[in-house]
Design a protein around this ligand. Structure first.
Ligand code: MOS
Length: 720
């Protein structure tokens, strides 16, 4: 295997995307296709006592109205095997679908949905995060050493509470599902990160064998956790298509996405740090309290994964709680736990540096570690110091005068420099790949993975083209299709580390197969030409690969559609493997308007070997932009009167626009980590945004002397 860096290459799908030729799930058309629209609940909690579809059925073009009465009965399924409900009378949150209208046209479906009459019995509900009445559950969280004693004995301590707001995903591509039955089998076209999970879940919901279902998710127009599980409507649409005997397409309006899709919950974080007079952190307490739904399983304890490892703190005490509200299930959203946790923890470290009058980089370097304090295992390629050193040089950190309010921009704006760091798990899953090189010039490759715009196909192409003399223009890479290869959820930033080593192994196996076929004959040309000259239609290989600590049983689990991740939280049997990042942010606070601007960000990351420099840099840019949104713009507001989300559209949910974004310089160390896997690849997608928000508020503190402990930062907090 070659150890050299990969060349820069344009996205293999760039031309199609720019020309509008890329086809997303909802772009597909099928003969006889019907359109569906959901009817959202108008109450926040209670029971649907009556539902009347007669007026909807009278709308020309409407052919069926599905209500809870049309759902398959749960039968003898146990609670554990019970599928996600499709339509049910019990209402758990505002906007929960209560009916599905199927019609000849989208217009008729929408008009019909507006005519469905529902009667409810309302129940009291709670949606506000600060309601003192609500139920709180505790989940065990990591505890190491004796944090209380170490805190009591610390020379310097700080304690602060931070809050991070609920945020919603707003990718360009709306959620959609199209179901097409053929005989007893159904194909579901849906932009998902989890085609295998969708397959298994729909099978359970519809009481059919998984072998009767294929899920096709060739392109996802943005997926960072919103599409990491099955959607509630997926099986419903497939059920509707089965009942009416025609293909059915459902595209969820954006306002309903706010009420039905997974979101980042409100979180309250309290951090206490104790340090020696020199700045060695000897104790950390970190208490998290997150918003959850009444029965939601979103993990409350995962906020601790980063803070408990990043600085090798031997005495750590974490707690994690859920506030149970009548809002929808929260769920993954880019760096789901790591971004909010890093905002709190990296702010606290900055507060400690200020208290100690130490440079925040020096303080972090003083707390460097080679060992994962959680389990005593060694940290492979621990490069945080290198990221900070490189970032500081590139940013010009040495120009910073340490005192708050001591720097000014040329226009008189208060100028601040801030920095923060981040870690993220380097995880993997097994993969099975098939590779066929044909005499006619085509190469066909299929494996697990989902293309969510992050550039997975380009990354796989990089791996194949580095090792195979083939025609790039006729290379087709199929991912996200359960009929082409066993699929696995693509999330947790394990995409590249899971898809590239197997691609390289497949290329090497292909080279070996070619050599065996040539058997010493010297034939000119690339592989296609060699095969053509020797009249061999194609060569095909299949390769299976698994992660450190995994074995054949994990490959078998993948084949049967299961989820099987190695390196969760970076933990492997013999080591801990993390990616690292350091962010440097410049802010300007206008003298008169107090508007906050971020003219410049420098981010330096270590994701191991960089397989696709173009898309890797793009991931970093995107992560920084997303974090600037979280830091300065995005907040999903609840409506305490009626439940649900108040600003459920892009007019009132503010995301950053081009004018909000200044210069973003990104750099990757590009040092392979061969302990992680044979390609030396770690993780990148999520770490890109870990720590940015704290770097912003640390810079705001430096500019103004105001410590903002709440996200998003609002202009009024800058009024002194
Ligand atoms: Mo990512 S939030 O695990 O899709």
């Amino acid at each position: 295997m070659s150890n050299s860096p990969f060349p820069d290459r344009a996205r293999i799908d760039a031309h199609d995307k720019v020309c509008g030729r890329t086809t997303y799930s909802a772009d597909l058309h099928f003969p006889g296709l019907l359109h569906a629209m959901t009817v959202p609940s108008t109450i926040a909690k209670g029971w649907l006592t009556e539902i009347d579809g007669a007026a909807a059925l009278a709308v020309p073009g409407v052919i069926r109205v599905l209500t809870p009465a049309d759902m398959p009965s749960p039968g003898d399924l146990t609670d554990a095997g019970r599928p996600l409900p499709m339509l049910e009378a019990a209402i758990a949150h505002l906007g929960q679908p209560i009916a599905l209208v199927v019609a000849e046209t989208i217009e008729a479906a929408v008009a019909g949905a507006g005519q469905v009459r529902a009667t409810y019995r309302e129940a009291p509900f709670t949606v506000a995060f600060d309601d003192p009445q609500i139920r709180c559950d505790d989940t065990p969280a990591p505890t190491l050493g004796n944090a209380d004693a170490a805190f009591a004995g610390a020379a310097v301590t700080i304690e602060a509470t931070y809050t991070t707001a609920a945020n919603h995903h707003n990718p360009l591509e709306l959620l959609s599902t199209t179901a097409v039955w053929n005989g007893g089998k159904v194909t579901i076209y849906e932009g998902t990160q989890a085609s295998n999970v969708v397959k298994a879940s729909v099978a359970r919901s519809l009481r059919v064998a998984a072998s009767a279902i294929d899920v096709v998710s060739r392109q996802v127009g943005g997926g960072f956790g919103q599409r990491g599980e099955v959607q509630r409507h997926t099986a419903l649409v497939a059920h509707a298509a089965r009942l009416v005997g025609r293909p059915v397409k459902f595209v969820m309006p954006r306002s309903q996405i706010f009420h039905n899709a997974r979101f980042r919950p409100n979180v309250r974080h309290t951090v206490k740090l104790g340090a020696t007079a020199e700045g060695r952190i000897v104790s950390a307490h970190y208490d998290t309290l997150q918003q959850n739904s009444r029965r939601g399983g979103y993990r409350a304890d995962w906020y601790h994964a980063g803070p408990s490892r990043i600085y090798g703190i031997a005495n750590y005490k974490g707690t994690s709680g859920d506030l149970r509200l009548d809002t929808p299930d929260p769920g993954q959203m880019r760096a789901p736990f790591e971004h909010p946790a890093a905002f709190a923890f990296e702010s606290a470290v900055d507060e400690l540096a200020c208290r100690l009058r130490r440079d925040p980089i020096e303080l972090r370097m003083l707390n460097d570690t080679k060992i994962d304090p959680q389990n005593g295992k060694w940290l492979t390629s621990r490069t945080l110091n290198a990221c900070m050193t490189r970032g500081a040089a590139r940013f010009g950190w040495s120009r910073r005068s340490p005192e708050p309010r001591s720097m000014q921009a040329t226009d008189g704006a208060a100028l601040g420099y801030g920095m923060a760091a981040g870690v993220y798990q380097a995880a993997m899953h097994p993969a099975i790949a098939t590779l066929r090189v044909s005499a006619n010039g085509a190469t066909h490759y299929a494996s697990a993975g989902h293309e969510m715009g992050q550039g997975l196909r380009t990354t796989i192409a990089q791996a194949l083209l580095a090792h195979l003399p083939i025609d790039e223009s006729r290379l087709s890479i199929v991912v996200g299709d359960t009929s082409a290869a066993p699929q696995h959820v693509t999330a947790g930033s394990w995409g590249t580390a899971s898809s590239v080593p197997v691609a390289i192994a497949a290329a090497e196996r292909m080279n070996a197969a070619m050599n065996e076929f040539l058997d010493g004959r010297v034939v000119p040309g690339n592989m296609h030409e060699q095969l053509a000259r020797l009249r061999r239609p194609y060569l095909e290989v299949e390769v299976a690969m698994f992660a450190p600590g995994q074995g054949r049983e994990h490959v078998a689990r993948l084949r049967s559609g299961g989820t099987t991740i190695a390196g969760l939280h970076g933990t492997y049997p013999d080591f801990t493997c993390l990616s690292y990042i350091a962010h440097f942010v410049e802010v300007c606070i206008d003298r008169h308007t107090r508007q906050i601007r971020v003219p410049r960000v420098v981010s330096v990351a270590d994701c191991g070997r960089v397989v696709s420099p173009r898309t890797a840099r793009s991931q970093l840019h995107g992560g920084v932009v997303w974090a600037l949104g979280a830091a300065l713009r995005e907040k999903s507001e609840v409506d305490a009167r009626y439940g649900g989300w108040l600003n459920a559209d892009l007019g009132e949910y503010f995301v950053p626009v081009n004018a909000d974004i200044g210069e973003i310089e990104v750099e990757l160390l590009d040092q392979p980590d061969y302990d992680a896997n044979s390609a030396g690849v770690k993780s990148l997608g999520e770490i890109a945004m870990v720590g940015v928000a704290a770097a912003v508020t640390n810079a705001i503190f430096h500019a103004t002397g105001v410590r903002v402990r709440h996200l998003p930062v609002r202009l009024e907090q800058m009024l002194l």
